[in-house]
Design a protein around this ligand. Structure first.
Ligand code: NAP
Length: 249
């Protein structure tokens, strides 16, 4: 059990990109950081652990497919046993399988819905009862600007991210009276491995749509997540905070 007063923060997809930046942001308050990732090549997770160690935080990482319900149930029972009840859950794991709907396969659709949306159901449900019992806790779900405005070639991804917005608002209403807050952050075009693979033409087109004329950094997103999980946001629940340089207003 976590005997200190440090918050227990679980970040899915915490090995790299936005999840890593979120982990580093929470490391600044010396939180107990738990990273979840799935790639058998765990080099990114090791790197994140090393970066967290530089902040004096000993992070734990677990290799779990967050779309698997049973695996998630077991994961959180282990986390709660080892560190205590989750104080902050950041549902950040996500993938893309971009293609026009005419060409989209059932497996393109299913993979994205499972990893991006079902995982949010799995992990949120796993922490909810203990959080309710403790009468405190915070959940931040990572959606996307395309869940709001759509994007050609991303019908599966946009649907999963719009689903996260509806999920966030519904669960926020269910648990607000129990002292729990549930919010979402919808990043715009952020500089990570997910966007690095996009063709130059697509990147230029995205940049043209951003009034601030630059990609966001993972840290830009992490600051919003951190703030939503802080006491400064104590009266904020069921909201979607857009971090997108003005791409959608
Ligand atoms: P990223 O660099 O591709 O990182 C994705 C993370 O998710 C990795 O840590 C990955 O770990 C983990 N992950 C993927 N599948 C998983 C699974 N089945 N189980 C557990 N973990 C899994 O992506 P990112 O750009 O940081 O994006 C993070 C979140 O922000 C995603 O939800 C994404 O949709 C959202 N977002 C990103 C942008 C953007 O422009 N980058 C914009 C809007 C929203 P492994 O590789 O070890 O599996």
């Amino acid at each position: 059990m976590n005997e200190s007063s440090s918050r227990v923060v679980v970040i899915t997809g915490g090995s790299r990109g936005i999840g890593r930046a979120v982990a580093l942001r929470f490391a600044e308050e010396k939180a107990v950081v738990v990273l979840v990732h799935y790639d058998p090549d765990d080099e990114a997770a090791r790197e994140t652990e090393a970066l967290l160690a530089e902040h004096g935080v000993k992070a734990s990482s677990y290799r779990v497919d967050v779309s698997s319900r049973q695996a998630v149930v077991e994961l959180f029972s282990e986390i709660h046993e080892s560190f205590g009840v989750t104080d902050v859950l950041v549902n950040n794991a996500g993938i893309t399988r971009d293609t026009l709907l005419m060409r989209m396969t059932e497996s393109d659709w299913d993979a994205v819905m499972q990893v991006n949306l079902k995982s949010v159901f799995n992990c949120t449900q796993a922490v909810l009862r203990p959080m309710v019992k403790k009468r405190g806790g915070c959940i931040v779900n990572i959606s996307s600007v395309v869940g709001q405005i759509g994007n050609a070639g991303q019908a599966n991804y946009a649907a999963s991210k719009a689903g996260i917005m509806g999920f966030t608002k519904s669960v926020a209403r269910e648990v607000a009276g129990r002292g729990l807050r549930v919010n979402a952050v919808a990043p715009g075009f952020i500089d990570t491995e997910m966007t690095a693979v996009l063709p130059e033409k697509v990147k230029e087109e995205f940049l043209r749509q951003i009034p601030m004329s630059r990609m966001g950094t993972p840290r830009d997103v992490a600051e919003a997540v951190y703030w939503l999980a802080s006491e400064a946001a104590a009266y904020i629940t069921g909201q979607v905070i857009h971090v997108n340089g003005g791409m959608y207003m």
